[in-house]
Design a protein around this ligand. Structure first.
Ligand code: FES
Length: 94
Protein backbone atom coordinates (compact mmCIF):
# COMPACT_ATOMS: atom_id res chain seq x y z
CA UNK A 1 0.00 0.00 0.00
CA UNK A 2 1.37 3.41 -0.97
CA UNK A 3 1.43 6.08 1.68
CA UNK A 4 0.03 9.48 0.74
CA UNK A 5 3.36 11.05 1.68
CA UNK A 6 5.44 8.66 -0.44
CA UNK A 7 5.41 9.69 -4.07
CA UNK A 8 7.69 9.47 -7.09
CA UNK A 9 10.16 12.36 -7.07
CA UNK A 10 8.80 15.42 -8.88
CA UNK A 11 10.58 17.07 -11.78
CA UNK A 12 11.89 19.68 -9.45
CA UNK A 13 15.18 21.39 -8.88
CA UNK A 14 14.56 21.09 -5.14
CA UNK A 15 15.54 17.46 -4.87
CA UNK A 16 18.78 15.79 -5.65
CA UNK A 17 18.32 12.14 -6.54
CA UNK A 18 20.95 9.73 -7.74
CA UNK A 19 19.66 6.86 -9.88
CA UNK A 20 22.94 5.66 -11.29
CA UNK A 21 25.80 3.51 -10.12
CA UNK A 22 26.62 6.11 -7.49
CA UNK A 23 24.06 4.76 -5.04
CA UNK A 24 25.45 4.39 -1.53
CA UNK A 25 25.64 0.81 -0.27
CA UNK A 26 23.09 -0.16 -2.92
CA UNK A 27 20.51 2.21 -1.45
CA UNK A 28 18.96 5.37 -2.81
CA UNK A 29 19.07 8.67 -0.97
CA UNK A 30 17.47 12.03 -1.63
CA UNK A 31 18.54 15.44 -0.39
CA UNK A 32 17.70 18.98 -1.36
CA UNK A 33 19.41 20.02 -4.55
CA UNK A 34 20.31 23.56 -3.53
CA UNK A 35 23.59 24.07 -1.68
CA UNK A 36 23.17 26.22 1.42
CA UNK A 37 26.28 28.24 0.59
CA UNK A 38 25.26 30.05 -2.61
CA UNK A 39 22.77 27.74 -4.26
CA UNK A 40 24.93 25.36 -6.26
CA UNK A 41 23.20 22.29 -7.76
CA UNK A 42 24.17 19.37 -5.50
CA UNK A 43 22.65 16.88 -7.95
CA UNK A 44 25.49 17.70 -10.33
CA UNK A 45 28.18 17.32 -7.68
CA UNK A 46 30.69 14.53 -7.39
CA UNK A 47 29.68 11.63 -5.15
CA UNK A 48 32.41 9.84 -3.19
CA UNK A 49 31.03 7.24 -0.81
CA UNK A 50 28.25 8.99 1.04
CA UNK A 51 29.68 12.48 0.50
CA UNK A 52 28.58 14.76 -2.34
CA UNK A 53 30.75 17.75 -3.20
CA UNK A 54 29.20 20.95 -4.49
CA UNK A 55 30.77 21.86 -7.81
CA UNK A 56 30.68 25.58 -7.21
CA UNK A 57 32.92 26.02 -4.15
CA UNK A 58 33.56 22.53 -2.76
CA UNK A 59 31.30 22.22 0.28
CA UNK A 60 30.61 18.60 1.25
CA UNK A 61 27.30 17.11 2.34
CA UNK A 62 26.37 13.64 3.60
CA UNK A 63 23.78 12.22 1.17
CA UNK A 64 22.26 10.04 3.90
CA UNK A 65 21.60 12.84 6.38
CA UNK A 66 22.02 16.11 4.48
CA UNK A 67 24.54 17.27 7.08
CA UNK A 68 27.27 19.60 5.90
CA UNK A 69 30.67 18.03 6.47
CA UNK A 70 32.95 20.78 5.22
CA UNK A 71 32.87 24.49 4.48
CA UNK A 72 32.16 26.88 2.93
CA UNK A 73 28.52 25.86 3.52
CA UNK A 74 27.57 26.46 7.13
CA UNK A 75 24.36 24.46 7.36
CA UNK A 76 23.09 21.18 5.97
CA UNK A 77 20.25 20.47 3.57
CA UNK A 78 17.06 18.46 4.09
CA UNK A 79 17.18 14.75 3.51
CA UNK A 80 14.14 12.71 2.53
CA UNK A 81 12.99 9.16 3.24
CA UNK A 82 13.32 7.00 0.12
CA UNK A 83 11.48 3.74 -0.40
CA UNK A 84 11.74 1.27 -3.29
CA UNK A 85 8.60 -0.60 -4.33
CA UNK A 86 9.21 -2.86 -7.32
CA UNK A 87 10.53 -0.60 -10.08
CA UNK A 88 9.36 2.57 -8.34
CA UNK A 89 11.56 4.79 -6.18
CA UNK A 90 9.37 6.84 -3.84
CA UNK A 91 10.45 9.95 -1.96
CA UNK A 92 8.64 11.18 1.15
CA UNK A 93 8.17 14.90 0.70
CA UNK A 94 6.33 15.64 3.95
S1 FES B 1 27.42 27.09 -3.73
FE1 FES B 1 27.95 25.17 -2.93
S2 FES B 1 29.85 25.50 -1.97
FE2 FES B 1 29.28 27.43 -2.73
Amino acid sequence: MESDSLKPPPDSADLSTRFDNNSVDGAFHAIENTCTHRGGPLGEGDLNGEIVTCLWHGANFNVKTGAVTSSPAGTGVRSFVVKVEGNDVLVELA
